[in-house]
Design a protein around this ligand. Structure first.
Ligand SMILES: [Ca+2]
Ligand SMILES: [Ca+2]
Length: 189
């Protein structure tokens, strides 16, 4: 191929490829800029004529968090419709209990219960804790005691009392970011 035909073929190639490349770079730019924009939501434009570092009073957007137990309950959505029924939760709680009660004794001592909490709540000290779950204080947590505690938690989270937990009901809204002078949300089950 003579050089001039070769270069014109390359040009044609670029001419075809260019819109795709431009589109791809535009998408990349959007993809990169969106998270940055989201992170900068707290920034407020300083009005013209105001002093540069003057304090601006704004209401911080609420922070959405998920309690460890709500995270666990969300995972019990076995039919994948984004909602958790009491029945789905009870089956999930029973499975979580059996996974730790490997000897099938029907009860967990406090050490085994902290293993349960580590595995399913992500932390041995996450709530519900052993003392509040062990309702007869015999230092053993039975499946019935654990189910009763989860029933209480379900009722607390089921704000519209329709017997189903939506993802919105599993969220906790905090008015202030943690560690930013904000109040800690009430923990409990
Ligand atoms: Ca007990
Ligand atoms: Ca509900």
């Amino acid at each position: 191929m003579p050089p001039n035909r070769f270069t014109s073929a390359i040009r044609r190639g670029f001419a075809l490829a260019s819109p795709t490349l431009v589109l791809a770079s535009a998408m990349l730019a959007i993809g990169l800029s969106c998270p940055a924009a989201a992170q900068n939501d707290n920034r407020v434009p300083v009005p013209l004529g105001s002093k540069k570092n003057a304090p601006v009073s704004i209401a911080a957007p609420p922070i959405l968090v998920v309690e460890p137990v709500a995270m666990m309950i969300a995972a019990f959505d076995t039919d994948g419709d984004g909602r958790v029924t009491r029945d789905e939760m009870r089956k999930g709680v029973a499975k979580s209990f059996d996974a730790i009660d490997t000897g099938h004794t029907g009860k967990l001592g406090y050490i085994a219960f902290s293993d349960w909490a580590q595995k399913w709540l992500g932390d041995p000290n996450a709530l519900p804790g052993a003392y509040e779950t062990d309702s007869d204080s015999d230092n053993q947590i039975t499946l019935a005691e654990l189910q009763a505690k989860f029933d209480q938690i379900f009722s607390r989270l089921d704000k519209d009392k329709d017997g189903v937990l939506t993802r919105a009901e599993l969220l906790t809204i905090r008015a202030f970011p943690m560690g930013d002078g904000g109040k800690r949300g009430k923990r409990g089950g």
